[in-house]
Design a protein around this ligand. Structure first.
Ligand code: WT7
Length: 658
């Protein structure tokens, strides 16, 4: 744990102060409560016997080929097995069974491209597409257990690809389209992917934006595992073509047979790997398996959003490159037979009302987005959403970072018409599905708090020694009991799994977040307590960006901190010491920002790079990021008495003034 970000850091202290003054509460309307899918008794039922509760959900929400004989096997803790002996097929559960049950004509996906092109897939049509893609991938030699890298924009083919993999038992590894060729290559290598599915490109703010060129660059150096690249034609821009390796989606998939029999897979068969930043330089391949992941995903999607699949239109704005897109775009909505909207582009293209225009057009009733987006829309002004009919909205979700009470209130009033319950959902790539969230028909919600554990989940806030803190106090967020959608490990690194999550506190999962219990025992999330930053709800590692910076020949040393930012929550601020021979000009900052963009991706580019003569270090050589954070946030630097050289902060201050 870094010294820089203890639970008591200055920013968290301030945040705590502000939150303590927040005592508004919003109970659901009587009508909403009466019609809610989940009622208050769910908590007692779940707490009485958690594994039994999840077994019931798994049986009710999923169709099994072979019934499981045991809900949970925790004998090899912290390696869990859920729904032991059960077999099922994820794609069958998401698609075929709905068609068999007479729902083939229900819309599964309304797709809206950034340029305004639209496509609608019913459950029957989506099933057919997935069967074709499964056949196409199999004919390219992809078999059960093989890994498939997915580097696609937010287009229906992304969902189709993931489900086609799940259908044949291949493990997808989706890499966010905003990651660089280098980042893509390291993920392809780590998982030894056999196939890459990509697109020529997409659209960003009205302009074509390329993707395939990054795949080409990633595969340029020899020694990779990829045999084929399947390319969706999306923006029609010219691309390079590698004969023998590359295949057009429209050739490979469109011509494939629409008959494909799903085979059942073990409940613990790997479903996907998703890389996420940790506290070291190397991203972790978070591994999720089938039965438990699907059960908790489907239950939480239904319960947290009060899903009525016959009438709701659901919209999650997350990209499939992140876990939110996996759980709450690809899997849960389809498992639950919901109708959802998928939008390819940016919220301000061609105008800043685009999202609200979409809500009006598709009569979106459940909307799920991130605080960063809400704060951005606040800045654009409430006259923009006011131009549209948002009366279809009935539930609003928030995810990815703490939501400040101001943004929460704006979301409720301006988007939710002062009546739609807001569910602030805390979870992680590792947890697979919601862990802390109000139940919209039960909980009286508080602006800025995720409040209560999801039924069947045991979370707590503990002190340094792992003792639960009393109400009114802060500490570390932990999970006390295994849960169905929990990660099963880190791809290829079981030791790192134990070290990272299960070694800080005995028999508890350590999430890496600070939290506080208020006087009612409700939980308020306070941000990361490790070297992980949260920029616009995207997780970035300080160490990873530092490694990227020092890999540039001009940089001798680098330290990165997450500084509070009004819109993005946190922003990346880098302090660098240049090598003696490096030119100290304006250009160096641009050069280094671009270098980080190339190494990791544009999302990791520092907001600010400050060239300094020294970095504050303890006697043991550890960088005191806390002090740098003070500078980055424009404060007087705090206690520097443990520095090895106590003149360093003065040197930095002088150099920044000059
Ligand atoms: C980290 C996980 C969960 C999907 C998107 C991010 C932060 C997430 C909340 C929330 C406060 C939140 C935590 C967590 N976080 N949701 N509702 N309130 N913080 O997934 O990239 O795995 O990041 O995001 O710090 O540890 P992720």
């Amino acid at each position: 744990m870094s010294e820089a970000n203890g639970v008591q850091s200055a920013t968290q202290g301030d945040a705590l102060e502000n939150l303590l003054q927040e005592n508004r509460k919003f109970a659901p309307s009587e009508e909403f409560a009466a019609n809610a899918v989940v009622q208050a008794n769910v908590y007692a039922e779940a707490n009485a016997d958690r594994p039994a509760f999840w077994a019931k959900q798994a049986r009710e929400l999923l169709t099994w080929d072979e019934n499981f004989t045991q809900a949970l096997d925790w004998s090899d803790a912290p390696f869990a097995k859920w729904f032991v002996g059960g077999t099922l097929n994820a794609a069958y559960n998401a698609l075929d069974r709905h068609v068999e049950n007479g729902l083939g004509d229900r819309v599964a996906i309304y797709f809206e491209g950034e340029p305004g092109d639209t496509r609608t897939y019913t459950y029957a049509q989506l099933t057919e597409e997935v069967k074709k893609a499964a056949n196409a991938f199999e004919s390219l030699g992809v078999a059960k257990g093989d890994r498939v890298a997915v580097y696609l924009p937010m287009i229906p083919e992304a969902v189709i690809t993931m489900l086609a993999c799940a259908r044949i038992g291949a493990i997808h590894s989706v890499v966010f389209g905003g990651f660089s060729a280098d980042a893509l290559r390291s993920r392809i290598d780590d998982a030894e992917a056999k196939l890459v599915v990509t697109a020529d490109g997409t659209y960003r703010r009205g302009k074509p934006s390329p993707l395939k060129n990054a795949v080409d660059a990633a595969l340029e150096a020899e020694g990779h595992s990829v045999a084929n690249v399947v390319v969706v034609k999306r923006n029609g821009e010219p691309i390079d073509w590698h004969e023998g390796r590359d295949q057009w989606w429209h050739d490979a998939v469109e011509s494939a047979s629409a008959e494909h029999t799903p085979v059942p897979h073990d409940a613990e068969h790997p479903l996907f790997i998703l890389y996420t930043s940790g506290t070291t330089g190397k991203p972790k391949g978070i591994l999720h398996t089938t039965g438990g992941f699907l059960a908790q995903s489907a239950f939480t999607h239904k319960a947290t959003f009060d899903l009525h699949p016959e009438t709701d239109v659901y919209w999650c704005t997350a990209d499939i490159g992140w876990v939110t897109g996996h759980t709450y775009v690809t899997y849960a909505p389809l498992i639950n037979g919901a109708t959802q909207l998928m939008y390819e582009g940016t919220p301000d293209s061609p105008h800043q009302g685009r999202w609200w225009e979409l809500v009006e057009k598709y009569k979106v009733s459940i909307m799920y987005t991130a605080p960063t987006a809400i704060r951005t829309m606040m800045k654009w002004g409430e006259d923009i959403p006011a131009k549209y009919d948002l009366s279809s909205i009935r539930v609003l979700g928030s995810v990815g970072e703490p939501i400040n009470p101001e943004a929460w209130m704006w979301y409720r009033r301006v988007i939710g018409g002062d009546k739609a319950p807001i569910v602030d959902t805390w979870w992680q790539t590792e947890t697979g599905a919601h862990m802390i969230a109000p139940m919209p028909g039960v909980t009286a919600t508080k602006p800025g708090s995720a409040q209560v554990a999801v039924p069947g989940i045991a979370v707590d806030v503990v002190d340094e020694l792992g003792q639960p803190v009393p109400n009114g106090h802060g500490g570390y967020l932990v999970v006390r009991e295994p849960w169905p959608a929990m990660l099963r490990g880190i791809w290829g690194d079981p030791e790192r799994y134990k070290d990272t999550y299960w070694s800080r506190f005995e028999n508890m999962y350590f999430a890496g977040d600070g939290a506080k219990k208020d006087d009612d025992g409700d939980i308020w999330l306070l941000g990361r307590v490790d070297d992980v930053m949260n920029v616009s709800g995207h997780r970035l590692s300080t160490t990873e960006i530092e490694s990227a910076l020092v890999s540039h020949p001009s940089v001798a040393e680098a330290a990165v901190v997450g500084a509070a930012d009004e819109t993005t929550g946190e922003a990346v601020v880098a302090f660098v010491i240049l090598r003696g021979n490096a030119a100290q000009d304006e250009e160096i900052v641009t050069t280094l920002r671009n270098h980080v963009g190339k190494e990791i991706g544009p999302i990791a580019k520092p907001r600010q790079i400050l060239v300094v003569p020294e970095l504050p270090k303890t006697r043991s050589g550890k960088i005191m990021r806390r002090l740098l954070k003070d500078i980055a946030e424009g404060r007087e630097a705090g206690d520097a008495s443990t520095l090895a050289d106590n003149t360093v902060m003065q040197q930095i201050a002088t150099s920044l003034k000059g």
